[in-house]
Design a protein around this ligand. Structure first.
Ligand SMILES: Nc1ncnc2c1ncn2[C@@H]1O[C@H](COP(=O)(O)OP(=O)(O)OP(=O)(O)O)[C@@H](O)[C@H]1O
Ligand SMILES: [Mg+2]
Length: 283
């Protein structure tokens, strides 16, 4: 099956916890897929911060300023979504559902659609989760972030039950099944900003994530380390995959850059995207 016959694979990057790395992951994923030759769409549902949108705007501006071709600096198709300000909550939701469906149609010519979501529970974010083929949840290496996925017994550290975000994904899975959409939602949790030092907290958290993955059915992907380079590239709209070429704002080549690029590649392999496997087989 060719990617276009397969339809657009929707990847939602989500976690109601703010600052967990959603936009950083969305941006690197988008550019990695573009660099693999796929047609990629991008939507920012964080209507307040619009960081993914701004990242992409910065990229487009940088490309113009440096006179870079689309081969040198590939761009996704990115379209705005506005949400509804209607007074009636019911009508607002209906309008947003219609707008969201239209937006999905606008990306029908793409192999992938990467959707970044806000660190909050919004109607548009819920809609996106029900349309996801893959959900990626970055999680800071901390029990404060883990609390969004599960409640923990403070006495013995055992998991008491799923919490807000796990329930949101569970509902999305139910709704998708009820709507008769083929295939389930593949949910991946990745740890972000992982420190290189070993600590008791890190080990305990890894154990809890492992326990929870079996209970609420997600897979774990190797995460990103805590690295300055992930914070430095926003104003140029760059990712690790763009460094070193013509017009690059930074040189590529330090050990940390190499390690970072390898961990992002490892993360993308862990997504097991069918289109990537098909391409490998065809090569
Ligand atoms: N692996 C990392 N190493 C170092 N800094 C990182 C890493 N991942 C993300 N950051 C930085 O952490 C901050 C939050 O990341 P990001 O904006 O991607 O999170 P977010 O989940 O999208 O946040 P929000 O919920 O506010 O939308 C940013 O300043 C980003 O540059
Ligand atoms: Mg964000």
């Amino acid at each position: 099956m060719s990617p276009s016959q397969r339809g657009t694979h929707v990847i939602v990057v989500g976690n109601e916890k703010g600052g967990s790395g959603k936009t950083t992951v969305a941006m690197h994923l988008t550019v990695a897929l573009l660099k693999s030759g796929f047609r990629v769409g991008a939507v920012d549902l964080d209507l307040r911060q619009k960081s993914f949108w701004r990242y992409l705007e910065n990229r487009a501006k940088w490309g113009v300023a440096q006179e870079l071709s689309l081969e040198e600096l590939p761009m996704p198709k990115f379209l705005p979504i506005h949400g509804s300000q209607h007074d009636s909550r019911h009508t607002a939701r209906q309008l947003e559902a219609e707008e969201f469906s239209r937006t999905l149609m606008d990306f029908a010519d793409c192999d992938f659609l990467v959707i970044d979501t806000p660190g909050a529970d919004t109607h548009l974010s819920r809609l996106a989760h029900t349309h996801a083929d893959t959900i990626v949840t970055p999680l800071n290496d901390s029990f404060v972030d883990f609390d969004m996925l599960a409640r923990i017994d403070p006495e013995n550290g055992e998991i008491l039950g799923p919490s807000l975000y796990s329930e949101l994904v569970w509902n999305a899975r139910q709704q998708r099944a009820a709507a008769g959409v083929m295939g389930g939602i593949d949910w991946l949790v990745m740890r972000n900003r992982v420190q290189s030092t070993r600590s008791l907290n890190k080990v305990a958290l890894a154990d809890r994530i492992e326990d929870l993955s079996k209970r609420v059915q997600f897979r774990q992907a190797r995460g990103f380390g805590e690295r300055v380079i992930y914070r430095e590239l926003f104003t140029n709209g760059m990712t690790l995959f763009d460094l070193g070429g013509r017009g690059s704002p930074r040189k590529f080549g330090s050990m940390s850059h190499l390690a970072a690029r390898s961990e992002v590649r490892g993360f993308i392999a862990a997504l097991r995207l069918p289109q990537l496997a098909e391409r490998r087989e065809a090569a």
